[in-house]
Write a protein that binds this ligand. Structure first.
Ligand code: HEC
Length: 257
């Protein structure tokens, strides 16, 4: 009898342990699939978020909780900081991210993509679309000073980015043809914003570490390739280098992504 009970007890422990594991894993996954966004009342009241967020969630399975306090949010939509994402209700709205929540990264990517932008402009109230895209000129004005070290930027670009991107004639033969060259990226009106946040943009997040900025790779998702490791100074240097670079001559302006 004792033997049976202890056998059952052992069994029970195995079940409990397995459940715990499952729940733990599920919990982590659930957290990845839910993040917090803060936006001022005027934006919330406009109805845009009620239109936008379910469409994003439906597509990605990532849910968004709208919170009032910016400090608690993974993503902030506001007037002051971040990348200009749309315009309306008398303001240019900018998106800023805090931390590295994967769902938030996904949202940032979606909102700035063609589909996300089209979703913003397709929102209508009484036959009128209250939100439009920010003008390109506005982005260009927001371009910061590039006081990094351009020659250091070239060195870093060649060693770290040159595996995939054609950076300069020197690595023309070693880069990957499917990846846009730096000169092509330089033609985009918002090239600086893209280089400033490249580590959060696809495909870099999975293999890039920026010192003091990005969190370590998740233990269950190590970098699939030799990681790109840069410091913020090096990102500044890359910006200074790309700022000096002649944009590729493509004839007509291109739309990338
Ligand atoms: C392992 C390959 C790889 C490496 C290394 C790499 N990139 Fe990229 N990068 C890509 C690919 C592929 C794209 C195109 C993504 C797309 O089409 O959505 C890209 C796109 C970009 C873009 C445009 C992103 C956008 O969505 O607008 C920027 C800016 C960029 N890379 C900067 C860099 C910088 C700076 C480095 C080095 C510090 C670097 N990349 C290293 C593969 C790489």
């Amino acid at each position: 009898m004792r033997g049976v009970i202890s056998h059952l007890a052992n069994r029970l422990w195995i079940v409990v342990a397995a459940l715990g594991l499952l729940l733990g894993v599920d919990q982590a996954r659930a957290d990845d699939k839910r993040f917090r966004l803060s936006a001022p009342a005027v934006l919330v009241d406009s109805g845009l978020l009620d239109y936008l967020l379910p469409r994003f969630s439906l597509k990605t399975g990532v849910r968004i909780e709208v919170v009032g306090v910016a400090d608690e949010a993974d993503v902030t939509l506001g007037r002051e900081t971040g990348r200009a994402v749309f315009k309306g209700e008398g303001a240019v709205w900018r998106m800023a991210r805090a931390g590295d929540h994967p769902g938030a990264a996904r949202f940032a990517e979606w909102l700035t993509s063609e589909i996300g932008q089209r979703t913003v402009t397709s929102y209508e109230v009484a036959g009128r679309a209250p939100f439009t895209l920010p003008e390109v000129a506005e982005e260009a004005e927001a371009v910061p000073d590039f006081d990094g070290d351009a020659s250091e930027g070239k060195r870093v670009s060649l060693t770290q980015c040159g595996r995939c991107h054609v950076v300069a004639p020197e690595n023309r033969m070693n880069a990957m043809g499917s990846t846009p060259s730096f000169a092509v990226l330089r033609t985009m009106p918002d090239w600086a914003a893209r280089f400033q946040s490249f580590y959060a943009l696809r495909p870099h997040a999975a293999f890039t570490q920026v010192e003091d900025v990005t969190a370590p790779f998740p233990i269950n998702r190590p970098s699939p390739i030799v990681p790109v490791e840069v410091t913020l100074d090096e990102v500044e240097a890359i910006l200074a280098y790309v700022a000096e670079m002649a944009p590729a001559d493509l004839g007509a302006p291109i739309q990338f992504q």
